[in-house]
Design a protein around this ligand. Structure first.
Ligand code: HAX
Length: 425
């Protein structure tokens, strides 16, 4: 058994040397060209970032450190975090040690609750979540060590400490926000004997006689954990972290990007759309009714939430994992049946519509109806769950960046006038 920190400490020096030598040997080799369309079009496809925690091949979907996400769906999120950070799958004892370590760090300072209690009652839960993390910045070990004076080669160590503290506290913080924001009663304290995601499920206070809600939370936390480096939340976190802002600043910033409707907020939008379908047709519609409803959405200038992706060009394997769970646990649920039917109808509609490059469902298309089934009916909260999970990916990317001593981000921007001159040339 080697703890996460021991494994990382063993790997970091060799990894740093390997990358240094690689860059020195190939410094001038070109890996990407940039077109005018890419510069104005969200830099889609430009290869200018390095992220070793995961890749998303358009025809396969998420692969974490060489393992397709479908192979990880029965693992605990703690094991996946260990894998993300170190590139190695931990043994059972190492997972247990990490769970224990996280539980020992899981208390949220009282001043955070005081800050959140002063917020307007109708604040978005993502604002509360992001602010709660930012409020905890004074706990940063990285900032303290940096202020005292620290060698660059040591940066990864306090970054890891901050990330472990942060990840440990996120379920407590997120569950407390759920109970506060939606008047669910007093906060439920962490249980030191439970796993990270199972305890999160318990602290939310959702009734769970079968234990399947805890299983859903474990699956949810694994599936949303990482999605390479260029998506808005990961890239924002990386960019802010590259200025050596500590993980509290960087993760809070990344979550503010996750809160956008084209990114993580799509899961709340998606369920809203499915419920509109159910209300309009008084239950599960026919294929023709659903097709017409989808066209009405598109013709009114809106997107079909949960469908399309900037990188993927197949059904998202994370969607497939959620629908497999739904078929096992709630196949007769009306909303789940609509989600299943939407999958049969929407890709055809989007193909006919002819705009979306990817007509297939992404991760957000199925998760909401499962949460709703277990009684989490407050859509506005869904992105917070996504955020708790995605913090694992953002943190692992930050730890690796600090271990490699990556530079501050500073790409060159140009003016439209410069572009006009450049295309003439
Ligand atoms: N419904 C309708 N139109 C869509 C569409 C959808 N689901 N997906 C893409 N399009 C449209 C785009 O709006 C764009 O139209 P314009 O040319 O008029 O601007 C056109 O098709 C081309 O877009 P694209 O290249 O296929 O897609 P992008 O890389 O620009 O955007 C998005 C990817 C995910 C933002 C997009 O597919 C979308 O808006 N989907 C719906 C929202 C959604 O599900 N977001 C969550 C994505 C997963 C995620 O990050 N979760 O966090």
């Amino acid at each position: 058994m080697a703890t996460l920190k021991e494994t990382l400490a063993k790997k970091v020096p060799a990894l740093r040397d390997e990358i240094k030598a690689f860059v020195k040997a190939h410094a001038d080799k070109k890996i990407s060209d940039v077109s005018v369309a890419q510069a104005y079009g969200g830099m889609r496809g430009v290869k200018a970032l390095v992220c070793d925690t995961s890749v998303v091949p358009p025809d396969k979907g998420l692969i974490i450190r060489g393992k397709p996400v479908a192979e990880l769906k029965n693992e605990l999120p703690e094991a996946v975090f260990y894998l993300l950070v170190t590139g190695e799958m931990p043994d059972k004892a190492a997972v247990e040690a990490l769970t224990k370590d996280l539980k020992a760090r899981s208390k949220v300072p009282d001043y955070v609750w005081s800050v959140l209690e002063t917020m307007p009652k109708d604040s978005h839960p993502m604002v509360m979540f992001s602010l709660g993390i930012l409020a905890m910045e004074k706990e940063s070990v990285f900032r303290k060590k940096y202020t005292e004076g620290m060698k660059k080669t040591d940066y990864w160590n306090p970054t890891l400490e901050d990330c472990l503290n942060l990840i440990a506290k996120l379920p407590t913080l997120a569950a407390g926000i759920y109970r506060m924001r939606f008047n669910k009663g007093a906060r439920i304290e962490p249980d030191p004997n439970m796993d990270w995601a199972g305890d999160f499920a318990r602290m939310l206070g959702v009734e769970d006689k079968t234990g399947e809600f805890a299983n859903l939370m474990r699956l949810y936390m694994v599936l949303h954990s990482d999605h390479e480096g260029g998506n808005v939340s990961a890239h924002t976190c990386h960019c802010v972290g590259s200025a050596l802002s500590d993980p509290y600043y960087a993760v809070s910033a990344g979550l503010n990007g996750l809160a956008g409707p084209l990114h993580g907020l799509a899961n709340q939008e998606c369920l809203r759309w499915v419920i509109m379908v159910k209300e309009k047709f008084g239950g599960v519609p026919t294929d023709d009714q659903l097709r017409q409803f989808a066209w009405d959405t598109l013709n009114s200038g809106q997107v079909i939430p949960g469908y399309g992706h900037a990188v993927l060009r197949v059904t998202d394997p994370r969607f497939a994992a959620f629908t497999e769970f739904g078929r096992r646990v709630c196949k007769d649920d009306d909303l789940f049946q609509i989600v299943d039917k939407v999958y049969n109808v929407i890709p055809g509609v989007l193909k006919e519509h002819g705009k979306a490059k990817d007509p297939w469902p992404n991760v957000d298309a199925a998760s909401g109806c499962l949460l709703y089934h277990f009684g989490i009916t407050e859509f506005e909260y869904y992105t917070v769950l996504f955020g708790v999970s995605r913090a694992m990916g953002m943190c692992s990317q930050l730890i690796v960046s600090r271990a490699l001593g990556e530079a501050i981000e500073r790409p060159k921007s140009v003016t439209t006038e410069w572009m006009k001159q450049a295309v003439k040339g």
